[in-house]
Design a protein around this ligand. Structure first.
Ligand code: AP5
Length: 216
């Protein structure tokens, strides 16, 4: 089961990835989460990525491709992968195709989440994430039981530095310029399935689950 999940900032990639991982046990590989971990741990990659991330710009392809290649060689990918937020440029898509040929795991489906801009803005500004385990909340749609405290691990929930309306505009522009051509690339291969993802999370999940079950 080899899945890509795509969509603009706040479309629900992380939320749906968690459900896919829990339901099907597929390795969830989020380039955003991996980069944030590097920033948190002050690694050389984290230093190089930090400014790009905080201003909503894409991190350079060569850094991302190397990080992903290393990750895809780990044992848990044996059962398949769920790429969340990668590839985001045509250069990444081509590099990814080479890696997937090497490991003999071609993409089975691209899940594309479509959400209108006003909904994205409300989701991004209301999102809170756990500093420790990364669990995702929303102050209105899915609040933690105790405000500011993660239900899963009891640590503090925070707002991501790039979750402002200003950075959202940059992230949406990056998506239009760099990531929509990637979607076209997979569309030509007949791999893309579109999901109207402005609706409540449970409804979106049901449709994605059915689409995945129809393939595997
Ligand atoms: P990344 O972490 O991938 O951020 P993103 O693509 O902007 O996506 P988000 O994480 O913001 O949103 P999401 O779609 O996962 O939504 P979520 O499920 O959390 O990347 C961050 C940065 O890292 C990039 O800007 C870039 O700098 C760098 N980067 C990462 N990958 C890269 C790459 N490949 N190349 C170069 N640079 C890269 O949901 C959002 C909120 O909405 C939550 O509060 C959630 O509870 C709520 N919600 C979700 N679904 C629903 C629903 N159906 N109904 C109601 N509320 C919902």
């Amino acid at each position: 089961m080899n899945i890509l999940i795509m969509g603009p900032a706040g479309s629900g990639k992380g939320t749906m990835s968690k459900k896919l991982h829990d339901e099907f046990g597929v390795a969830h590989i989020s380039t955003g989460d991996m980069l944030r971990e590097n920033v948190k741990n002050n690694t050389p990659l984290g230093h190089q990525a930090k400014d790009f991330m905080e201003t909503g710009r894409l991190v350079p392809d060569e850094l991302i491709n190397e990080m992903v290649k290393e990750r895809l060689l780990r044992a848990d990918v044996e059962k398949g992968y769920l790429m969340d937020g990668f590839p985001r440029t045509l250069v990444q898509a081509k590099a990814f195709e080479d890696i997937t040929k090497e490991i003999n795991k071609p993409v089975d489906i691209v899940v594309n989440l479509k959400v209108d801009v006003d909904t994205l803005a409300a989701r991004i500004t209301g999102r809170r994430v756990c500093k420790n385990c990364g669990a995702i909340y929303h102050i209105k749609n899915s609040p933690s039981k105790v405000e500011g405290i993660c239900d899963v691990c009891g640590n503090a929930t925070v707002q991501r530095p790039d979750d402002t309306l200003e950075q959202l505009q940059v992230r949406l522009k990056e998506h239009t310029t760099n990531t929509e051509p990637v979607l076209d690339y997979y569309r030509e291969k007949g791999l893309v399935q579109d999901f109207e993802a402005s609706r409540p999370a449970d409804e979106v999940w049901l449709e994605i689950k059915q689409a995945i079950e129809a393939i595997f």
